[in-house]
Design a protein around this ligand. Structure first.
Ligand code: SF4
Length: 511
C-alpha cells in the first residue's frame, strides 16, 4: 500500500498521473519476491521493491525508458550473468500455464470493467443465449474437468446429478473454506479474480436449474471476502445477477456465508450444516448433496479453483481444455509451493508436469544447496513423494498410486534437515485440533496416534509403538465417518512406509 501511495503521489507531482495507471492487483504467484511491481506494456518485473525505489522507477524507467537495473529481478541469465527483467523469460513462469490464475496479477479485482475487458461474463452470455442447460453440462463433462478441492470427482457428472433432480429450489455452492496448512490457492484466486468464480457459479446455476448461490468462505480471509462483496455488488449493478439476467428468464443471486475457520467445514456435508446455521459437523452420505443438500434441496458444491476453469471451458470449448494434461487428468492444477524451496509461491502447471520440473525448474530447488528429501502433497490428508518420484508426471491418479494425493494443492517441500517423524507429528497435531469429535475412531484414535508419535519423539517409543501406530492408522482409515478422519493417518502411514528408518532411529537412539 505504501509503494502504491508513493507511486501515485510522485506520478501526480510530475504530471504523469494521466499517462501511467497504478493498480493494485491480486497475487503474481512469486510470493518469495514481493512486493512486486510489474510494468506494462513493457512486461518488466521488479522484485522486493521498497517505497524508496519508486522515484527511480519513475525517472529512469517511465521517463527515461530504461529498466532500473539496480533493482532486484528474479533471475540471472546463465550465459550473460545479467539480470532478467522480462516477465516472459523468468524461469518461474516458463513452465506454467495459467487458466485458473489467468487474471491474477493482471487486473484490478475491484473493478468489474477490467474483468469484462478480458472477456469477463462472455461465457455466461454464451451459455444463456446460445446453449441449453444440458449443452453446458455436456461441455463440462467433455472437458474432463475434475474437482480441484481434493477428491477429483468429474465436475460435469456432479452437475448432471443435480440437474436430473426434479425442478424446484436448487443451490450452487462455492467451497472457499481452504484450510490445509500451507495452502493459499483459493484465497489468491478470490483476491485476484473474484468474478471468474462468480461467473462460473452463475453458469452452474443455469446448467442445473438453481436460483441461488452461496460462497462459503472462512472469515480469516478478509481481503478475499471484501473483494467478493465488491464483485457481487458491481455485478448486480450491471444486471449480471438478480432477476432476468442479460434479458433472459434465468434469475440467480449469490450471497456470502462466513465460516469460523473450522477445517472440518471444508467437508461438504459439514459445510452444508454450517450454511444452515447448525454446528459444522459431517453427516453420513448418501444422500449426496447433489440429491439432498442445503435445506434438503439438490446442491452442487465445487471449490474455488474448479469454478475458475469453467468460464474459459465454455468460451474456448471442451476440446481446448481436454487437450491440456494427461489422459485422465485434464487441464492444469494450481499448487501452493512452500517449505524448503527457493521460489515460494503459487504455481499453475499443466497436469502431467513432473515433480522435478516443479521443484527444480519452477521452484529453484532447496535453498542453501541442501538436498531435496520429500514433498508433502494433499496437506494433512496426503502423503509424501520422494526423490524416486521426481520424474513422475503429476496427476490425480499417479499421486494416489504413489500413496499420496493431489488434495487441494498444498505442496510442502522438505530437505535433508527435516525429520519426517516431526512432520508426521505436526500434521497429526493439526488433525487432533480440527477433529469435530463426532465419531470415536477419529476423536479418540487420532489423539492416541498423537500420543504415540510424541512418545517416539520424546524417547519413550519402542518397535511395538511403531506397529501400534500403523495398526491404529489403518483402523481409523477404515472406520471414521468423514474424509477428514478417513485420511487423517495418511501422513503417518506414508512416512512410516517411506522413512521407517527415521522412526526406527528415534526408537533406538532414545532408548
Ligand atoms: Fe468428525 Fe473426525 Fe468423525 Fe469426521 S471423522 S465426523 S471430523 S470426528
Amino acid at each position: 500500500a505504501l509503494i502504491m501511495e508513493q507511486m501515485q503521489q510522485q506520478l501526480t507531482a510530475r504530471g504523469l498521473d494521466q499517462e501511467v495507471r497504478v493498480i493494485k492487483t491480486g497475487c503474481f504467484g512469486l510470493c518469495q519476491k514481493g512486493p512486486i511491481v510489474a510494468v506494462y506494456p513493457d512486461k518488466i518485473f521488479y522484485c522486493h521493491v521498497k517505497p524508496d525505489d519508486v522515484g527511480e522507477i519513475i525517472e529512469q524507467h517511465f521517463i527515461g525508458g530504461q529498466p532500473v537495473k539496480r533493482l532486484e529481478m528474479n533471475d540471472i541469465d546463465e550465459i550473460t550473468q545479467e539480470k532478467i527483467f522480462d516477465i516472459d523469460k523468468i524461469r518461474f513462469y516458463a513452465k506454467q500455464q495459467r487458466i485458473a490464475l489467468k487474471n491474477c496479477g493482471q487486473l484490478d479485482p475491484e473493478n468489474i470493467r477490467e474483468y469484462i475487458a478480458r472477456d469477463g461474463y462472455e461465457a455466461l452470455a454464451k451459455a444463456l443465449h446460445e446453449m441449453q442447460p444440458q449443452e453446458v453440462i455436456d461441455e463440462i463433462k467433455k472437458s474432463g474437468l475434475r474437482g480441484r478441492g481434493g477428491g477429483g470427482f468429474p465436475t460435469g457428472v456432479k452437475w448432471q446429478f443435480a440437474a436430473d433432480q426434479p425442478a424446484g429450489d436448487k443451490y450452487v455452492i462455492c467451497n472457499a473454506d481452504e484450510g490445509d496448512p500451507g495452502a493459499f490457492m483459493d484465497r489468491s484466486i478470490l483476491e485476484g479474480d473474484p468474478h471468474a468464480v462468480l461467473e462460473a457459479m452463475a453458469i452452474a446455476g443455469y446448467a442445473i436449474g438453481a436460483q441461488q448461490g452461496y460462497v462459503y468462505i472462512r472469515a480469516e480471509y478478509p481481503i478475499a471476502v471484501k473483494r467478493l462483496q465488491i464483485a457481487i455488488e458491481q455485478a448486480k449493478e450491471l444486471g449480471l445477477f438478480g432477476e432476468h439476467i442479460l434479458g433472459t428468464d434465468f434469475s440467480f443471486d449469490i450471497e456470502i456465508r462466513l465460516g469460523a475457520g473450522a477445517f472440518v467445514c471444508g467437508e461438504e456435508t459439514a459445510l452444508i450444516q454450517s450454511i444452515e446455521g447448525k454446528r459444522g459437523m459431517p453427516v453420513p452420505k448418501p444422500p449426496f448433496p447433489a440429491v439432498s443438500g442445503v435445506w434438503g434441496k439438490p446442491t452442487i458444491i465445487n471449490n474455488v479453483e474448479t469454478y475458475a476453469n469453467v468460464a474459459q471451458i465454455i468460451l474456448k470449448g471442451s476440446g481446448w481444455f481436454s487437450a491440456i494434461g494427461t489422459e485422465k487428468s485434464k487441464g492444469t492444477k494450481v499448487f501452493a509451493l512452500g517449505g524448503k524451496i527457493v521460489n515460494t509461491g503459487l504455481v499453475e502447471i499443466p497436469m502431467g508436469t513432473t515433480l522435478r520440473e516443479v521443484i527444480y525448474e519452477i521452484g529453484g530447488g532447496c535453498p542453501n544447496g541442501k538436498k531435496f528429501k520429500a514433498v508433502q502433497t494433499g496437506g494433512p490428508s496426503g502423503g509424501c513423494l520422494t526423490v524416486e518420484d521426481l520424474d513422475t508426471p503429476i496427476d490425480f491418479d499417479n499421486l494416489i498410486a504413489l500413496g499420496s494425493m493431489m488434495g487441494s494443492g498444498g505442496m510442502i517441500v522438505l530437505d535433508e534437515d527435516n525429520c519426517m517423524v516431526d512432520v508426521a507429528r505436526f500434521y497429526m497435531e493439526f488433525i487432533v485440533d480440527e477433529s469435530c469429535g463426532k465419531c470415536t475412531p477419529c476423536r479418540v484414535g487420532t489423539k492416541r496416534m498423537l500420543e504415540l508419535l510424541t512418545d517416539i519423539c520424546e524417547g519413550r517409543g519402542t518397535m511395538e509403538t511403531l506397529d501400534e501406530l500403523e495398526t491404529l492408522g489403518k483402523m481409523i482409515k477404515d472406520t471414521a465417518l468423514c474424509g477428514l478422519g478417513q485420511t487423517a493417518a495418511n501422513p503417518v502411514l506414508s512416512t512410516l512406509r517411506l522413512f521407517r528408518d527415521e522412526y526406527e532411529a528415534h526408537v533406538k537412539e532414545k532408548r
